[in-house]
Design a protein around this ligand. Structure first.
Ligand SMILES: [Zn+2]
Length: 409
């Protein structure tokens, strides 16, 4: 890009944009990491312990993979709630669409990365009967809404640099893979995020051509898995730049999910026609030792007062149960949280990303029960971070799992 083009783009990006405000309290639930295999249950844990790893220091040591039962229990909990239009809450599930093909990699002496699309099953040693059907059933019932997280959560080129490494990094990779565990991010933050290589050059984002290939691959698997294309996307680690957004737009993505920021900007449309949503309420009891429903209710009320949606961030780990029961506590707390909101706001609405996109364009959205109208007003605002590609994460208070903090997407 020439200097003139850079200046033009910078000038364009710091121009004020229209932020959307809503006259009714809106609640969205966004959830990352579905389909991503982590610690391979108790068996994998024992295997890693015998390889010398000290596990259990961080909640993400107990991150496994959801089961069909986890989804059924979550679905039943969602169905206990209804909004003012008679609809249940809907969980926007962001999927990682491929895991490592550990059988193929092992046969090859772990010298190359091979991916196994979710549509073809899970890595070697993993058993999850009925899981794919459970995703699809929840989607058919309207309590889950599938969206795109990525092909892989980690940056493939960052791992590829260490495949034949005889040092600490290479040894850790091989120990994990032998135990059927693709990776544990907080122990190896150098693996980065799909479009973001922490040891790559410049701003660490992969070139547009490489991002385009990865996004194309994820779109193909998503369409095979759900017989539709995704409408909404959230980049792994919230690491997306303008290239990512442009490529998403070309593939028909209409909503970009962004991580929590101190500014909590209202939803707005970018120049590619993508609606940007920012998470405003972190609901992560599995990893937040100081979690309280009261403080989360206060955050939601702040959003309603400002006329912006309460966009709840709740990662899949909160619903896992096979290695450690995170699920029971999360569901009890979520039940209290949603009950309190419903009791206080008789005009509350539960939406998914597609609904809110429809709402900003038409002033209403369609449900099975009919059309729901909400008054939407536009207010101009300038967000300086818009001009600095890809650094929204760094300018926020989101902490890194490597520091023992909240998930970063
Ligand atoms: Zn994630």
């Amino acid at each position: 890009m020439t200097l003139a083009q850079k200046l033009w783009r910078l000038g364009r990006d710091v121009l004020p944009v229209d932020g959307f405000h809503f006259e009714r309290p809106l609640v969205l639930l966004q959830s990352d990491d579905w389909g991503r295999a982590g610690q391979r249950d108790q068996e994998g844990l024992e295997q890693l312990r015998s390889a010398g790893l000290v596990l259990g220091e961080h909640p993400y040591d107990s991150y496994t993979l959801e089961t069909a039962e986890d989804l059924a229990t979550l679905g039943a909990a969602m169905k206990r709630h209804r909004d003012s239009a008679g609809r249940h809450p809907c969980l926007e599930m962001n999927f990682i669409l491929a895991n490592l093909d550990l059988a193929k990699m092992s046969a090859d002496g772990f010298r190359q990365l091979y991916l196994r699309p979710l549509t073809e099953g899970l890595p070697l040693g993993w058993v999850r009967p009925g899981l794919i059907e459970a995703y699809r059933d929840g989607i058919a019932e309207g309590i889950f809404h599938p969206a795109m997280h990525g092909s892989t959560h980690f940056c493939q080129s960052a791992i590829e640099r260490h495949l034949t490494d005889s040092g600490e990094r290479g040894s850790l990779l091989r120990a994990l893979w032998t135990a059927g565990t693709p990776y544990i991010h907080w122990r190896m933050p150098w693996i980065g995020y799909e479009y973001w290589d922490p040891e790559g050059s410049g701003d660490h984002f992969l070139p547009a051509s490489q991002q385009s290939e990865l996004i194309g691959q994820a779109m193909r698997i998503f369409s095979q898995m759900f017989s539709t294309l995704p409408y909404s996307a959230c980049a792994p680690g919230y690491r997306a730049n303008k290239d990512t957004h442009r490529i998403w737009a070309r593939h028909g993505i209409r909503v970009a999910q962004n991580g929590p920021t101190a500014l909590a900007p209202p939803p707005y449309l970018d120049r590619d026609g993508i609606l940007h949503l920012y998470r405003t309420v972190e609901f992560e009891p599995a990893v937040d030792a100081a979690f309280s429903v009261e403080s989360r209710l206060r955050r939601a009320e702040d959003c309603f007062r400002r006329g912006i949606p309460a966009i709840i961030s709740v990662h899949s780990i909160n619903f896992h149960s096979s290695l450690k029961d995170f699920r029971s506590r999360t569901l009890a707390l979520l039940d209290d949280f949603l009950s309190a909101l419903e009791a206080k706001h008789p005009d509350l609405l539960y939406l998914h990303d597609g609904d809110i996109c429809e709402l900003v364009h038409k002033g209403s959205f369609e449900t099975k029960q009919g059309s729901v109208c909400v008054k939407v007003t536009k207010r101009r605002f300038t967000m300086p971070a818009l001009g600095r590609e890809g650094d929204i994460d760094e300018s926020t208070e989101v902490s890194d799992p490597g520091d023992g903090g909240l998930p970063t997407g």
